[in-house]
Design a protein around this ligand. Sequence first.
Ligand code: NAD
Length: 354
Amino acid sequence: MRKIKVGIIGTGNISGCHIEGYKALPDLCEVSAVCDIDEDKVKAYAARHGVARYYTDYNEMMAKEQLDAVSVCTWNAAHKGAAIAALRGGANVICEKPMAMNESESLEMLKTAEETGKLLMVGFVRRFGNDADILKNFIDSGTLGDIYYAKATYLRRNGCPGGWFGDKEYAGGGPLIDLGVHVIDLVRYLAGGPKPVSVYGVTYSNLGDSRAVGGQSWVSSTKGFDFKYTVEDFASAMIRFDNGMTLAVEASFNLNLKKDMGNIELFGTKAGAKIDPQIEFFSDMNGMLVDIKPHGDTSLSFNGLFNREIAHFVDCVRNGTKCKSPAEDGVVLMRILDAVYKSANLGSEVKLDV
Ligand SMILES: NC(=O)c1ccc[n+]([C@@H]2O[C@H](COP(=O)([O-])OP(=O)(O)OC[C@H]3O[C@@H](n4cnc5c(N)ncnc54)[C@H](O)[C@@H]3O)[C@@H](O)[C@H]2O)c1
């Protein structure tokens, strides 16, 4: 098969991870066009990466280029429009997380993928982690038994990326939609994809973004907009699933805690497990409690993480391989996130149809 032609919409920070992933597969694909609303930025990006053509309007790019695949790497508010234009323009799409601003947008995107017969993958990059692979293997072979409770934390003490990440009009929400989405999805993925049945959530906006400088390494590359800080700085939720499992999740941009934390813990009838800083299992053996650590380094490695995600997307596009991170799972995540925000507003539990 010939090399597939790839386009990238949104040439900010995360697009750097996508383009490196494509460039690592020179025999399989070629990034032939890129697009960003910031002309100086996209021009410099195209020159830096040796991309032949650049655009400031994704509709024009889709009309003029014969693209097989598109990465959507814009801020969240532009995901829906860019993904739908790319799908309608005949391309398969990988869209960054969160899939959209809310469930209704994500459903429109999924419907378009179904109508066009194109792949819509969501960039749930944690599914491609070495730690996820190892733990999923143990779980699928029954090591944990039935998982009935899970905890997921993604807490930053002083870590709003600033710019549009703090503006609800562009981001859809704060740390829940930006960080919580990663760990909620990872728990669902590891637990075999249960569906949410009810959610109780709380959000707080007590600290805002007026924190001490320093501490946050991921800062939006977007300049020249008057973004307002309008999102929550902390969110927590209890999510019940149709398999009986409950997940407790916590996410923050700003929180008065000692140290940033990112972990998931799973509690099953045969054993429990955690992933950070290394995978470890907790159970009993011969009448004794045991803590079991797989040999070697099992901590999440960022080395090659996005390359594995992009290589999988390219493989799906070229060979029709079953997608490990399909749009359907992006929609379920948006349903959960919507329900957390709704519950926080109502002050009561929100029930969901399965
Ligand atoms: N998978 C991960 O771990 C991870 C990490 C960081 C960010 N992200 C996601 O990646 C996306 C981008 O984040 P970022 O950190 O690169 O932000 P960024 O601010 O650095 O870049 C966003 C870019 O999108 C461009 N853009 C906005 N609207 C556009 C449109 N209509 N057409 C073309 N370009 C448009 C902006 O001009 C900007 O250059 C977000 O959805 C974010 O949640 C994912």
